[in-house]
Design a protein around this ligand. Sequence first.
Ligand SMILES: N#[N+]C[C@@H]1[C@@H](O)[C@H](O)[C@@H](O)[C@@H]2O[C@H]12
Length: 446
Amino acid sequence: MTRVSFPADFLWGAATAAYQIEGSPLADGAGPSIWQRFSHDPRLMAAKGDTGDVACDHYNRMESDVALMKALGLKAYRFSVAWGRVLPQGTGRVNAAGLAFYERLVDTLIAHDIEPLCTLFHWDMPAALDDRGGWLNPDSAEWFADYARVMFQALDGRVKKWVTLNEPWVVTDGGYLHGALAPGHRNMFEAPIASHNLMRAHGRAVQVYREVGAHQIGLVVNIEPKYPATDSAADAAATARADAYMNRQYLDPAMLGTYPDELREIFGEAWPEWPTDDMALIRQRLDFVGINYYTRNVVTADASWPLNAGPVRQDATYTETGWEVYPQGLTDLLVWFKDRYGDLPLYITENGAAFYDPPQAEDGAVHDPLRVSYLKKHFAAVSDAIAQGVDVRGYMLWSLFDNLEWSLGYSKRFGMVHVNFATQERTPKDSAKLYSQVIATNGAVL
Ligand SMILES: N#[N+]C[C@@H]1[C@@H](O)[C@H](O)[C@@H](O)[C@@H]2O[C@H]12
């Protein structure tokens, strides 16, 4: 591992998402999202009773939260817009009060010299659009394009880095195939359709941005590098299937205009033949790609698992969400991206971990040594990739706050800032104090 170093203008920040932190999901004329419905349905929500009704109460505490971001020394803040606050029905009438919240947020960030990075879709589709078929409806691309246009015309210039979608793989795998996430469908035939329409929506939003925007736009994907358990042909094939399904299913169409061949084998009769025009729509010039990295997967051929590709547990530290701590995977995937897709600027738009955080100490401190160790290793992994010529421009820690970890509720704490959900007290953990030093020295402290 070479000495840790980062470009002088490296953008250090933190990330959150609307439904996970804001609370007040129906305030000021907002329309409900599919996560409002899902989290209130005990048949669907794994952490029954944990909803986004309050979360981190960020909707009511935004100004003080931005002041805390400033105190931590953040240079940037990646947030998402709740589509239903701005367009309660998903299309049509704009809810001025909902849009005004995000204008206030952006103006407050800028006033504190923190760059806003805005994600348009972080899983919380308006329920009214789900009633019209959601991502299964091909019209969803135009619904999203119209919403994106509203946001670009309101905020572009104050926001100079836009993200269309956050992790389309999770939306379709969790929301349409396995049902663990909203809207809770379990349908092999729906997943490829939802996935394709998400990517069409991405393409349309980028086209709209090229009409009305003047800055940068990209896509955020979660990449989980896959490693064969052995050098057997069966494990190699299983690894290729897993990589195609999770990683190349989204980056190949966005960057190359094609789907991986393995998908036809994986989905069989459930895989449609998509129109060539769609592939041209999806493949839009991007200014950057955001990479969300958490863990890797060691794969073996195993018919008892989907894709005939099962995970092989390693002799390593695992997080509260069951993910192996493997910082080398971040370096490997960044080099892989450069080799496969070329020299596009990249941001680490999410990286972090949920560990068991001991209760606050007598002095109020929250000691999180496992997260401190995790972060140091992953900072070094990014530095290693940069040393190998990968154009990584910034790092957004996931997450600023302990928050609603979707269907897992509030039990999985990813924050560098502890949130007491009974009192809403925020307490920077030791990892936040480390991060402040890393930002202040641009990594030299590591
Ligand atoms: N699980 N987990 C943590 C984290 C989730 O909280 C984010 O909303 C997603 O973008 C991504 O899955 C990563």
